[in-house]
Write a protein that binds this ligand. Structure first.
Ligand code: HEC
Ligand code: HEC
Ligand code: HEC
Ligand code: HEC
Length: 370
């Protein structure tokens, strides 16, 4: 009897071991470890070779459209209703229309934004949104060039990837309303949510950290900087929210916490990597884009595009990054689209029904050293 049990247990153990190899969630070698931080600190990035290759293959920038002859006619003078790209040559303008179609609506074509009976017509919301998106891209590639996107820059494809609605957008998330439960609200936490890496952390972090630009610059900081308390500390909920946001930033970039922090002293800037400073600016950039470009489009979007509380679909780190530390593996995507690397119209040249023109952001202050 005893021998039989031992044999049975051995068989079960063997099958379980084999099953483990085939099931999801088990990371198969070979592993790719890259030293990223200072020597000896163990600030390594760990990936599987297969995972890294799959990520690379899923993030290839499309080839730019064929260059065109430069004519002298300007789009603003040739067409009836060009408000943003007025000073772009007709040839360059049409090249951009073709590329925009490929980047945003390859299946739907020009009709996604245009009433083809009259190309000047602005009746489709998609065209109005797209006009503001052109301005947003110009703003990213100019104002945020040095602080974040660098020579790589962004085009519509960085976020859209051939889809009218980018894969990663977010809405204000009021959470479930359990009418019959003991407490109807769960206080915005204890619900496995993808926004915080399925941890039971507060899940409406984007609305708090990414929606507006006028939030407290120290909102995310929670670590004490002195051994003994010298002022009133922050509640534990603030620390949880910060961790929730950090989960998003890590997963959006496909990196560990050690990509930016030396985890022996998380808050210390002098022990952090240069990427943390880029990330600091990125947080400000995301607030700026959501606040000045996306939010004002709320009334332009049809109701079926809005979130549960009626807010516009907004962007976060994952919208551009899509799981890579540099979007599209750092490809320089705007080099051959000069019209996207300069502001070609006053920021306020948006359609009249849109509220107040965007103002130039005040340059963000450098992160405070500890
Ligand atoms: C993603 C949305 C979008 C797609 C797709 C798109 N366009 Fe446009 N188109 C616009 C916007 C926005 C403007 C206005 C630009 C401005 O105000 O500077 C415009 C303006 C135009 C105009 C000027 C019309 C006028 O008289 O004012 C022409 C011509 C045009 N597009 C052609 C095309 C063609 C051809 C295609 C398909 C290959 C296309 N567009 C695809 C958004 C789009
Ligand atoms: C930084 C990211 C980002 C970039 C770059 C970007 N977009 Fe968008 N776009 C968004 C987000 C977020 C939305 C809102 C998603 C939705 O409509 O549900 C959006 C929505 C749109 C829509 C409306 C789609 C719909 O049917 O609701 C159009 C059209 C559009 N973008 C065109 C463009 C064009 C054209 C460019 C390049 C000039 C561009 N976008 C660049 C993030 C981006
Ligand atoms: C892409 C870079 C990046 C990654 C990855 C990252 N962080 Fe951060 N972290 C930052 C930045 C930038 C700040 C400061 C934000 C600010 O001051 O507005 C910060 C702040 C923090 C703080 C608050 C520090 C203080 O001053 O009180 C904590 C705690 C923290 N991160 C933990 C983590 C954890 C845990 C992870 C991994 C899950 C992580 N971070 C991943 C960039 C990053
Ligand atoms: C509008 C698109 C866009 C958004 C949104 C965005 N980034 Fe980036 N990010 C880029 C581009 C483009 C680069 C590559 C810059 C380069 O190659 O010089 C980059 C680079 C980085 C890098 C440097 C990576 C490295 O390996 O050196 C970090 C860190 C980073 N981003 C963090 C973030 C964080 C955190 C967020 C959200 C708070 C964010 N980004 C949002 C476009 C974006």
């Amino acid at each position: 009897m005893k021998t039989l049990l031992v044999v049975a247990a051995a068989v079960v153990a063997t099958f379980l071991t084999i099953a483990q190899f085939g099931t999801a969630g088990w990371t198969r070698p070979p592993i790719l470890a890259q030293q990223h931080g200072f020597r000896g600190t163990g600030m390594d990035q760990i990936q599987t070779k297969a995972g890294a290759a799959a990520l690379k293959a899923a993030n290839v920038a499309p080839d730019p459209a064929e260059p065109v002859e430069q004519g002298t006619d300007k789009a603003g003078a040739t067409y009836q209703n060009v408000q943003v790209l007025k000073d772009v040559s007709v040839e360059e303008f049409n090249r951009l229309m073709t590329s925009m179609t490929e980047w945003v609506a390859p299946e739907q074509g020009c009709t996604y934004c245009h009433n083809t009976e009259n190309m000047a017509d602005d009746s489709l919301y998609q065209k109005k949104v797209a006009r503001r998106m052109i301005q947003m891209v110009q703003h990213i590639n100019t104002t945020w060039k040095e602080k974040h996107v660098g020579e790589a820059g962004v085009t519509c494809y960085t976020c859209h990837r051939g889809q009218p609605v980018p894969k990663n957008v977010w809405f204000d998330n009021p959470g479930p309303n359990y009418k019959t439960a003991f407490t109807p609200r769960n206080n915005g936490q204890n619900l496995a949510s993808p926004s915080v890496g399925l941890a039971s952390l507060p899940y409406n972090t984007f609305a708090e950290f990414f929606a507006k630009k006028d939030v407290d610059q120290n909102l995310i900081r929670v670590n004490a900087t002195t051994a003994l308390p010298e002022s009133k500390g922050k509640p534990i909920q603030d620390a949880e929210r910060t961790y929730g946001l950090m989960m998003h930033m890590s997963s959006a970039l496909g990196v560990n916490c050690t990509y930016c922090h030396n985890t022996r002293a998380i808050s210390n800037w002098s022990q952090s990597t240069p990427q943390r400073t880029l990330a600091w600016h990125a947080i400000r950039m995301v607030r700026d884009l959501n606040g000045d470009y996306i939010e004002p489009l709320t009334s332009t979007f049809p109701p079926n595009r809005l979130g549960p509380t009626g807010d516009a679909p907004k962007l976060n780190c994952a919208t551009c990054h899509n799981g890579q530390n540099k979007p599209l593996a750092g490809a320089h995507v705007v080099e051959t689209y000069p019209e996207l690397t300069q502001v070609t119209a006053e920021a306020g040249a948006a359609p009249p029904q849109e509220p107040a023109p965007a103002k130039e952001p005040t340059p963000a202050p450098a992160p405070a050293p500890n």
